[in-house]
Design a binder for this molecule. Structure first.
Ligand SMILES: Cc1ncc(COP(=O)(O)O)c(C=O)c1O
Length: 395
């Protein structure tokens, strides 16, 4: 089966958050992590059927929806879950915030490795918890690229009597790093040793671009790890349906689950009828589309890597992009006070690295989940932006 990732409908003038940001300006939006592709036909068909039913009352998942989740976890990651472990959520960011409130008190600390997806830090802070950032280490790697590693000493030193949680991004946004089984085990053991609850955000788990790198679900490692782990998952990133607000927490331990559910009471909205329909179709029937998507994204990734190396002098990728459709670019050599604003002036809207905990002027994140033609145009614009920045620095 073939799918057309090259010619999606235009999103300008629609309800797209990504495109509205630059409405009326000639700036290609390459920032927030949604893709410019239509969702898989199986999802659109499931939604059409659900819409034609015509009644949209308060929803509960039917058995086939829960079964689709249970089956996909086993099929993809060899992780056997029970339906009762699932807590449906309208978003993963909700899950991060709820986790912080459920398992830490005001003033308690939540550890995470930075740079990282901003709600890993803002989530705890929203409710008066303290986000403690331990920087990733860039170690020498093979050939061109370095390798992101954990600074285990710094991590140990960061733990205090008030540390209650570790927020893990598996795979990692924005670094595109896939965790290896041994590393995950070591990290989980670190959490067990310090009696921390481990919250594993696996929203990018089905977006690994290398065939030889499996996604390892943290909770699938061992029973003692599962008992301390809250897993957050969603079909939203993979199947490009984040606007349908359907995510899940998977919590094997009944005590942790009850605490989590209590923290949602009365403030977390229910998942919608359309969200359940999309989720079931994605997990049950979306695999051919996902495989085609991965091939397309891999080619886009290769284009980004080649173009940055060949054409963008003063910009570099520090490590391989193993997963996600996001490229983390080091632009520090361009010596720009506000790199995001500079690139916007040349018609490309990128995410500012400071939101991810990176120092000012150092990083930008590029979303390459778009048709090849859009990506190539954005890269050409970036080339002009880089040349202008270098000319400015030299003058
Ligand atoms: C690691 C990670 N978690 C969560 C989200 C957002 O999840 P949701 O839209 O379900 O709140 C994103 C979106 O980019 C993400 O990268």
């Amino acid at each position: 089966m073939t799918f057309d990732f090259d010619h999606p409908p235009a999103r300008s003038g629609t309800d797209s958050q990504k495109w509205q940001k630059y409405a009326g300006r000639d700036i290609l939006p390459m920032w927030v992590a949604d893709m410019d592709f239509t969702a898989p036909p199986v999802i659109i068909e499931a939604l059409r059927k659900r819409v034609e039913h015509g009644i949209f009352g308060y929803a509960r998942p039917v058995k086939s929806t829960t079964d689709a989740v249970v089956e996909v976890m086993e099929r993809r990651y060899g992780w056997r879950i029970e339906p009762s472990w699932i807590v449906w959520l309208p978003g993963l960011v909700v899950g991060l915030n709820v986790t912080a409130q459920a398992f830490a008190d005001a003033g308690d600390e939540v550890l995470t490795l930075t740079p990282v997806y901003p709600p890993f830090m803002t989530g705890p802070r929203n409710s008066g918890r303290v986000a403690v950032q331990v920087p990733w280490l860039l170690a020498p790697g093979n050939g061109l690229f370095g390798r992101w590693e954990i600074d285990w000493d710094a991590l140990d030193r960061a733990v205090t009597a008030r540390t209650k949680l570790f927020f893990l991004c598996n795979p990692h946004n924005p670094l595109g790093r896939v965790w290896r089984r041994e590393e995950l085990e070591q990290l989980a053991e670190f959490c067990l040793r310090h009696s921390l609850i481990l919250c594993s955000d696996e929203i990018h788990g089905d977006l690994i671009l290398e065939d030889n790198l499996p996604h390892v679900a943290t909770s699938s490692l061992r029973d003692d790890i599962a008992r301390r782990t809250i897993t957050l998952m969603a079909p939203s990133k993979t199947y490009n349906v984040p606007g349908l607000g359907t995510s899940l927490a998977i919590i094997p331990d009944p005590v942790l689950r009850a605490k989590f559910v209590r923290a949602t009471a009365g403030i977390v909205a229910e998942v919608t009828t359309l969200g359940f329909a999309a989720c079931e179709a994605a997990y049950r029937d979306g695999e051919p589309w996902r495989r085609a998507l991965i091939n397309y994204l891999r080619s886009n990734r290769d284009e980004v890597v080649a173009f940055v190396g060949r054409e963008l002098k003063g910009v570099h990728l520090e490590a391989p992009i193993e997963a996600t459709y996001l490229a983390w670019l080091n632009v520090s050599q361009l010596a720009l006070a506000d790199p995001a604003a500079h690139f916007e002036n040349y018609g490309v809207g990128l995410s500012d690295g400071t939101f991810f905990g990176s120092p000012k002027g150092k990083h930008l994140r590029l979303n390459f989940g778009c048709p090849r033609a859009t990506l190539l145009e954005a890269l050409q614009r970036m080339k002009r932006a880089v040349e202008a920045a270098r000319a400015l620095a030299a003058s």
